[in-house]
Ligand binder design. Structure first.
Ligand code: 2JP
Ligand code: MN
Length: 253
């Protein structure tokens, strides 16, 4: 019956995410970075790309604002990405929602193996487009001051990407090492890295459109600390609003 096959499908998916999680935890622990290729397969990746292109066509994507900078023309020389935040429940976003659920399913399995963290929340998904014409993102740290984010998870959507022609290479400079990680923003590629000062990174100038979907996962303890600190400084509800509990593919579902 259909129900049977759906349950079988989900249990196969769940077993695969358990396997992936072991690899992710091993890589993160050893290198602080982990790349998984062919995460969802050609067809699903294609559907997600279609939904992202629709988002772009709908005009909701805005110039990425610097966290602490006024919006000025110089921004595009610091970060040229156009972004929009989605929770995947928007109309015509079923495949983006599926991607986020799969990211959550892998991270939930990792969480139980990452003793140093308690990961139970994440941001919404940030859909980013570098419009090309030499837009880039200067070297930065995602979470330099302990705002609670511990893992950055990026899914790339760029078919037949060739860095030599198209640019857009993500370069990560792991702290304390003279090695640089050069990550090509390849289609259906999933990337994890620690969000803190261990992983300064930059996006080299892109000559053609470059799409990615990013989710940041919170460590409960660091997040609680940050909220306490922010309570003194600003309206905490805005920060509270940003956190989403992980929507995992329940085994029983
Ligand atoms: O697309 C990539 O390969 C990575 C791009 C990247 O680092 N994006 C990014 C985007 C951000 C948006 C808001 C706040 C912090 C942010 C930090 N990093
Ligand atoms: Mn970043």
């Amino acid at each position: 019956s259909v129900k049977k096959t759906k349950e079988q499908y989900l249990s196969i998916l769940w077993a695969r995410f358990q396997e992936l999680a072991c690899y992710v935890v091993e890589c993160l622990t050893k290198y602080g970075i982990c790349v998984i290729d062919k995460f969802l397969g050609e067809a699903t990746g294609q559907e997600i790309l279609k939904e992202v292109l629709q988002l772009k066509a709908s005009g909701v994507m805005r110039q990425g604002q610097l966290v602490h900078g006024p919006s000025s023309s110089s921004n595009k020389y610091i970060r040229g990405d156009m972004i929009t935040w989605v929770d995947g429940l928007e109309p015509r976003s079923e495949n983006i929602h599926y991607l986020i659920s799969c990211m959550d399913a892998v991270v939930v399995q990792c969480a139980s193996k990452l003793k140093a963290y308690t990961i139970n929340e994440r941001t919404k998904a940030m859909v980013a487009c570098y419009p090309g014409h030499r837009t880039k993102y200067v070297r930065h740290v995602d979470n330099p001051n302990g705002d609670g984010r511990c893992i950055t998870c990026i899914y790339y959507l760029n078919k037949n990407w060739d860095v030599k022609q198209h640019g857009g290479l993500l370069r990560i400079y792991p702290e304390g090492s003279d090695q640089v990680a050069n990550i090509e923003p390849k289609f259906d590629r999933l990337l994890f890295f620690w969000s803190d000062r261990r992983n300064p990174h930059e996006v080299e100038q892109a000559f053609v459109e470059r799409f990615a979907i990013t989710v940041w996962y919170y460590d409960a303890e660091e997040r609680a600390e940050a909220l306490k600190r922010f309570k003194a400084e600003s309206d905490v509800t805005s920060l509270k609003k940003q956190a989403v509990p992980l929507n995992t593919l329940k085994k029983s579902e």
